[in-house]
Design a protein around this ligand. Sequence first.
Ligand code: CMP
Length: 158
Amino acid sequence: MPGLERTLIIVKPDALQRNLLGRIITRFEEKGLKIAGIKMMQLSDEILDEHYSHHKDKPFFDDLKGFMKSSPVVLMVLEGVDVIETVRLIVGPTNAREAQAGSIRGDFSMSKSNNIVHASDSLDTAQVEIKRFFTEEELFDYRKDDWNWVYSEDELSA
Ligand code: CMP
């Protein structure tokens, strides 16, 4: 399928503590996205230093790490056509106070840091992030029957 991509989602500690995990998964499922992998994990300093290395000089870096370690997180790999851009729209911008109503951050968060989910920001980043958190064996290539309805025949067969 043209444009078929995978993206990494981290459902952050604030979402788990606030009982939002099910609703977040439901939003992605209802959109028509396929879950290629899903697991719960307690993040370590080591993996957070790598994942947020581009923020290591920011004043919020230590707080960000503390927050991301404060409880386990749920990681998902989502698959779909142009899924990286679509998921970024579903999630909304980093500062949740500026996120549109209807987006996950727009509906569930008031914070720049406690912003419910992380989503990969580009194809290159997604590939690196998925490898960081998932082994090949944890990712599943299966037929999603409802894709016959989610996509047109042209989109499916091209
Ligand atoms: P995320 O999409 O995981 O990418 C980097 C994270 O750093 C971001 O979500 C927020 O959780 C956090 N972050 C970004 N900017 C700020 C900020 N100005 N203050 C506090 N935390 C921030």
